[in-house]
Design a protein around this ligand. Structure first.
Ligand SMILES: Cc1cc2nc3c(=O)[nH]c(=O)nc-3n(C[C@H](O)[C@H](O)[C@H](O)COP(=O)(O)OP(=O)(O)OC[C@H]3O[C@@H](n4cnc5c(N)ncnc54)[C@H](O)[C@@H]3O)c2cc1C
Length: 462
């Protein structure tokens, strides 16, 4: 890292908020006014709303991520994890990818570490579950699902086949409903290439503790989304939870028991637990406590936004929601807009200028449920336009295609979609990608010593 005399703006996390805030600060800052440092354990930002489509193979996984070093030119990008922060000394401790942890001093701090999967101590979950927060998980899920079809095709053992062809998803919000919609579509489509696996052999189960799915699009469209998924043969169990899944034996609260090799956990998120070591005021659910200017309460040199921050929702308050319940929900719509205001406020803060308030009224939500299927709710002033089916799916693609950061990535995503209109889906499982050295290792390892030759029997004395 550079050691300059300039003040350092340290951005912890290079996701949605980190990337957009860094770009905004670099744009608004005078030449050499400060050193902008972005720290993230990954060298790329992930556009999470596209993870379900990456899992289904509609978008190449590489096009869903944005390389930080390329898009925040002028900033210092450090690949590592911020583990603790000493607010008295204004020093962060960074654990790099390799080597010893080191300390990094800063003058201004941006906290944008997002959220992690919210889990519960359910027996078997840690060993069997897979989340849907990162591109690695989306690639892993796709390979795993296709591998289950290969497995089922290769055996006549009914029990093994049934377990391989049963897919359980826990959590029916954006992430869960979109992922099951996309993966089911992909898997049933892939079945046509198998001799011993048919579409009907597969079983998809969606479980949610709430009484509805897709709360983001409102009750009517959520109900439509549920009926639509059910019409495709997906079993949906609401107001129920998973009690255990030891060795893939899933037991639900409602008494249902199924065996499955695939348990996808998308039951919500919680703020990054590392925040507890940063010496910051936290809200009741672990978010960094911010004011409406995105400044951390009581700390005029620290800002936070996105999934790890509790930010008062001024627009909701204006619409009559009581202040104690009016917090910005954790979604990309807020993260993106907050990042821009946050960037402006950091530059103003550095110059001693006043801070801007953040206020954004919900513009609606779009969700894709597989190829040509979706739901959308667009808010226009007092009116809510509700769309479903193919039109909603186009809205979903149009909105997210345009929201994807950088022109380069937009072009790549639209190119993937265009190719997908003319070419058939890719249905190859590259499960071996996870252990790429295995075959070479087998070839290169020293050959076992030949079995000792049998000593010739002594000629019997005649
Ligand atoms: C599958 C899925 C689908 C979604 N679909 C939608 C949708 O359709 N519409 C919508 O509005 N929202 C959607 N969301 C939510 C949206 O993606 C998030 O709200 C948004 O990404 C939040 O941005 P963020 O910057 O707060 O966090 P993130 O984008 O998650 O970024 C956090 C960053 O912090 C880094 N980090 C973590 N720990 C450390 C550490 N110790 N030190 C340094 N860096 C660290 C992480 O590596 C990551 O890069 C979806 C989310 C998921 C998972």
């Amino acid at each position: 890292m550079s050691t300059t005399e300039r003040p350092r703006i340290l951005i912890v996390g290079g996701g949605y908020v980190g990337l957009y805030a860094a770009r905004r600060i670099l744009k608004k800052m005078r030449y050499a006014e400060a050193t902008v440092t972005v720290v993230d354990p990954r060298s790329y930002m992930t556009y999470q709303p596209f993870l379900p489509e990456a899992a289904a193979g509609s978008i190449s996984p590489r096009h869903v991520v944005v390389p930080l070093r390329r898009v925040v030119r002028g900033a210092e990008v450090l690949t590592g994890r911020v583990t603790t922060i000493d607010q008295d000394r204004k020093v962060a401790t960074i654990a790099p990818l390799v080597g010893e942890a080191y300390e990094l001093p800063f003058d201004y701090l941006v906290i944008s570490m997002g959220a992690v999967s919210r889990t519960f101590p359910i027996p078997g979950l840690a060993e069997q579950g897979i989340g849907m927060k990162g591109i690695e998980e989306a690639i892993g899920l796709r390979n795993h699902v296709l591998e289950q079809l290969d497995k089922a095709d290769s055996t006549t053992d009914e029990e093994v086949r049934r377990k391989a062809l049963t897919f359980v998803f826990v959590g029916g919000g954006f992430a869960g409903a979109e992922t099951i919609g996309e993966v089911e579509d992909m898997a049933r489509d892939a079945a046509k290439y198998y001799t011993n696996v048919s579409r009907e052999d597969m079983r998809f189960v969606l479980v949610d503790a709430a009484d509805k799915i897709l709360p983001e699009v409102g009750p009517k469209l959520g109900q439509y989304g549920k009926e639509h998924l059910e019409s495709r043969g997906i079993e949906i169990y609401l107001e129920t939870s998973m009690d255990s899944c030891v060795d893939g034996h899933v037991v639900l609260k409602n008494g249902l028991e199924v065996d499955s090799n695939t348990i996808v956990w998308t039951a919500g998120v919680k703020p990054n637990p590392a925040l507890a070591r940063f010496g910051l005021p936290l809200g009741p659910r672990g978010h960094v406590d911010c004011n409406e200017k995105l400044q951390v309460n009581g700390m005029d040199y620290v800002w936070a936004a996105g999934d790890n921050a509790q930010v008062p929702d001024l627009a909701a308050m204006k619409a009559g929601v009581p202040a104690e319940r009016a917090w910005c929900p954790p979604n990309a719509q807020h993260a993106l807009r907050q990042a821009k205001i946050l960037g402006d406020n950091v530059v103003s803060g550095m110059r001693g200028f006043p801070q801007k308030e953040y206020s954004h009224a919900n513009k609606g939500a779009v969700a894709g449920l597989g190829l040509h299927k979706g739901v959308a709710m667009i808010v226009m002033g007092k009116f809510k336009i509700k769309l479903k089916g193919r039109l909603a799916w186009y809205m979903h693609r149009g909105y997210h295609g345009m929201a994807m950061p950088t022109f380069n990535r937009k072009i790549r995503v639209f190119a993937d979609w265009t190719l997908g209109m003319f070419l058939k889906r890719e249905v190859v499982s590259l499960g071996a990608m996870e252990t790429p050295r295995e075959e070479f290792y087998e070839a290169a390892k020293p050959a076992p010593a030949p079995a000792a030759a049998k000593a010739p029997e002594k000629a019997k004395a005649s």
